[in-house]
Design a protein. Structure first.
Length: 260
């Protein structure tokens, strides 16, 4: 009973502290905006103009680095796959770790290139910028580089899956199918599934901590900088979607367990 009361008390203290911190942030933010708000706006505008000015070379650099890292990763995975054919049990475990490490880093670079490309292109992705720019052909070339980079990233993911399937023929799934994750999961053994489940739950737990912070940031951004409601709605919808998806999955798995 005392433990339950302590839980309510701790939660009450946490909520009170959160409201107190929110009030301090709101008041402090208002004071800060009144004093340096114009300077922040000027700096942000200067940053956007700088990105717009160097949009083409930045996207070209991202494309070159993405292709270079992608090809190096695939070649390394193929080399590891060949060594696995002749490896003993102990060496095989080390090679599997190297394979997972190389593939994970390659996938991280793949996603990072997409995110950076979107951010850079978004700096000039407006009708006002296109109409006022002195070199509209430069923006057109930037869009082409953006599309090439995204196309390469998509094809690289397919090649990565195909490479993994050559190394591990038991792995099934068509990377172009919307049900690929389910097909791949069914072909994994119990140890691999356990790793996937634990990693997925860690992602869910991390999002549960990250999304509320992002929601607070977008709300403060709208309060102080008039950034609009769209960012708030997107983050709020993402929070709702992640939570409902997790709950639905838990209920579905529990029902399957009962039916068995």
């Amino acid at each position: 009973m005392n433990e339950k009361k302590n839980s309510y008390l701790r939660m009450g203290i946490i909520l009170f502290c959160a409201m107190l911190v929110g009030g301090v942030i709101g008041f402090g933010g208002r004071v800060m905006i009144d004093s340096i708000g114009e300077g922040i706006g000027i700096c942000m505008q200067a940053l956007i103009e700088l990105i717009q000015k160097y949009m083409l070379p930045l996207l070209l650099i991202i494309l070159i680095l993405t292709v270079a890292c992608g090809e190096v990763t695939l070649n390394k995975l193929r080399s590891i796959g060949k060594r696995m054919l002749q490896a003993g049990e102990e060496e095989s475990d080390q090679l599997e770790y190297e394979e997972e490490n190389a593939g994970g880093k390659g996938m991280a670079v793949n996603v990072l290139s997409q995110v950076l490309s979107v951010i850079i292109l978004s700096a000039g992705y407006s009708v006002q910028y296109i109409e006022n720019t002195e070199k509209p052909e430069g923006f057109l070339i930037s869009c082409i580089l953006f599309l090439i980079c995204f196309a390469y990233d998509g094809m690289w993911q397919v090649r990565y899956i195909k490479t993994e399937q050559k190394i591990h023929p038991e792995k099934k799934g068509d990377p172009s199918s919307i049900k690929f994750q389910e097909q791949w999961l069914r072909s994994c053994d119990e140890a691999e599934k356990e790793i996937i489940y634990q990693s997925a739950y860690k992602v869910y737990a991390s999002l549960g901590k990250c999304i509320p912070v992002l929601l607070l940031i977008t709300m403060l951004g709208n309060l102080f900088f008039n950034t609009g409601m769209l960012a708030i709605l997107v983050v709020a919808f993402l929070w709702l979607f992640v939570t409902l998806t997790y709950i639905r999955s838990c209920i579905k798995m529990q029902r399957s367990k009962i039916e068995k």
